[in-house]
Design a binder for this molecule. Structure first.
Ligand code: ZN
Length: 244
């Protein structure tokens, strides 16, 4: 089975469409690691696509913010403004879809979550000590997570405590070995934050035992125009040019 993995779409339809134009040719099934909405100006279109793909999906903090399951105090002012805007625009069917998303999803080989296994919605999994905590809660071989918007691999040899932290720059292939465990962040579709403005996503092939992270160009100006014409904070449009 080949899975397309998307995370942190953040209502950026042009980025999501670019990623899907590649994934649809290559995969059988989709995993979505949360934050479908927030920041960008096309929340309903992005929700509709996730639903149409029948993606296995977990909730992110912006998703829960938009449907009132999380306090706006948690968010910076720009994020909060976009969440209030999103809550007003969301169609009922998408509101219901988001409200029903689980915090984690687990299969035989992999688990998916937005933040971490310690705090599924809120924790930014950035350090090796945080990764160690999540490894201690992980029951499967691989965890796919999002939230930081930075493609990253945490690696731990089975039965050992030490964790390697490996930033993933550009297109990368991770070969899955039996004697290691993996926490993998495929990066963000709609708001990359690693200084590379290209959309980021992944393909997981469980027969070939590999995860391929890829970056892809998309019409950034289109996403920016829709943010600006929606009256959302300018900084949310500008940051897309820089990938931060
Ligand atoms: Zn996010």
């Amino acid at each position: 089975m080949r899975y397309g993995i998307v995370s942190d779409i953040h209502s950026n339809l042009p980025a999501f469409e670019a990623v899907l134009s590649k994934l649809k040719k290559e995969v059988d099934s989709f995993l979505c690691l949360g934050d479908i909405v927030g920041y960008g100006a096309q929340p309903n279109e992005c929700c509709a696509l996730v639903r149409e793909l029948k993606a296995i999906c977990v909730a992110g903090n912006h998703d829960w913010g938009a449907v009132g399951k999380m306090s706006l105090d948690y968010f910076n002012p720009y994020a909060a403004e976009a969440i209030i805007w999103t809550a007003e625009k969301l169609k009922n069917e998408n509101w219901e879809f988001i409200s029903a998303l689980p915090e984690t999803y687990e299969e035989k080989i992999f688990t998916i979550v937005h933040g971490s296994l310690s705090e599924p919605i809120e924790e930014y999994l950035l350090s090796s000590s945080q990764a160690r905590d999540t490894f201690s809660l992980l029951k499967t071989h691989i965890l796919f997570f999002g939230h930081t918007h930075i493609p990253t691999l945490f690696l731990q040899r089975k039965g050992e405590m030490m964790v390697a932290t490996i930033p993933l720059r550009g297109d990368v292939v991770i070969n899955i070995k039996d004697d290691y465990r993996y926490l993998i962040n495929p990066g963000s579709v709609g708001q990359p934050r690693d200084g590379i403005p290209l959309a980021s996503a992944a393909v997981y092939d469980n027969e070939r035992k590999e995860v391929r992270i890829f970056r892809i160009e998309y019409p950034i100006e289109e996403a920016q125009r829709s943010i600006i014409s929606a009256g959302l904070p300018l900084v949310l449009a500008e940051r897309l040019s820089f990938g931060w």
